[in-house]
Write a protein that binds this ligand. Structure first.
Ligand code: DGL
Length: 264
């Protein structure tokens, strides 16, 4: 293994930064390339076929270009749709991001817990299987909250995001029958933990939020155990979209240790 081979983190936008934060904690020396498919953002309202084609195509080209030691699909939507397909076509180890239903089912005391993700994630059989396997005897309420994604993107561009706007995008979760009994919410979109303060204000302090970023970072650390890491240059982030727009995110990326922004 080449010590300078990067770990590639992939998301449609800035959501993967919530995973990057945890990866930094466990693997501070790991060279990172953060790839944002801003030209494809948002994924949450796209079809399965479109998401699978984009993700598999882009990751194939990126793997060829950078020879990463590991790829993390830091996006629930892309993972629940395309993880199997990407694993079939690439030899690089792939870590996906799947809704943290298992830990949340263990935490809920009321027995009613919520799942907030994109609309595309909510309808995946992958999610049905997790519910079936881990939420037996509990009630899991789902809500596709596509509206939270642009709010998280705006927040990281330094724009003011109101609690009202976040509450409006998420309220469909609690307006369902038994919604008022929810005491635990799975944030099943990597963008959503970026809005955790606003979500807490919207849902109230009695609700516990659960997401998978720490578990994903632990998995990455486990799969790279014993490997050497050398940084030969600053970590970078690349976008499939316009660099001028991406540059608005420079302060946010800098806060995660990424100083170089480029076009893919
Ligand atoms: N961050 C992505 C996820 O985890 C999705 C955001 C989007 O592109 O809609 O699902």
């Amino acid at each position: 293994m080449n010590a300078s081979a990067p770990i590639l983190l992939f998301d449609s936008g800035v959501g993967g930064l919530t995973v990057l934060r945890e990866v930094r904690t466990l693997l501070p020396d790991a060279p990172i390339i953060y790839a944002a498919d801003m030209a494809g953002l948002p994924y949450g309202n796209k079809s399965e076929a479109e998401i699978a084609a984009r993700v598999a195509g882009l990751l194939g080209r990126m793997a060829e270009r950078w020879q990463p030691r590991l790829i993390c699909i830091a996006c629930n939507t892309a993972s629940t749709i395309a993880l199997g397909m990407v694993r079939d076509v690439l030899e690089t180890p792939i870590v996906g991001t799947v809704p943290a239903i298992k830990p949340a089912a263990a935490i809920t005391k009321s027995g009613v817990f919520g799942l907030l993700g994109t609309e595309a994630t909510m309808r995946q059989s992958y999610v049905d299987r997790l519910e079936h396997e881990f939420a037996g005897g509990k009630r899991l309420l789902r809500h596709g909250a596509n509206g939270l994604v642009p709010l998280a993107e705006a927040k990281l561009r330094g724009e003011k995001v109101s609690i009202d706007a976040v509450a409006e995008a998420a309220k469909g979760l609690v307006l369902q029958p038994h919604g008022e009994e929810i005491d635990t919410v799975v944030l099943a979109c990597t963008h959503f933990p970026l809005l955790e303060d606003e979500l807490r204000a919207a849902f109230g302090d009695h609700v516990v939020f659960v997401h998978g970023a720490q578990g994903i970072a632990r998995r990455i650390a486990h799969l790279t155990l014993g490997q050497e890491f050398t940084r030969t240059g600053p970590d970078r982030a690349v976008t499939t979209g316009e660099l001028a727009d991406f540059n608005l995110l420079a302060p946010a990326f800098a806060a995660y240790g990424i100083e170089r922004l480029e076009k893919f």
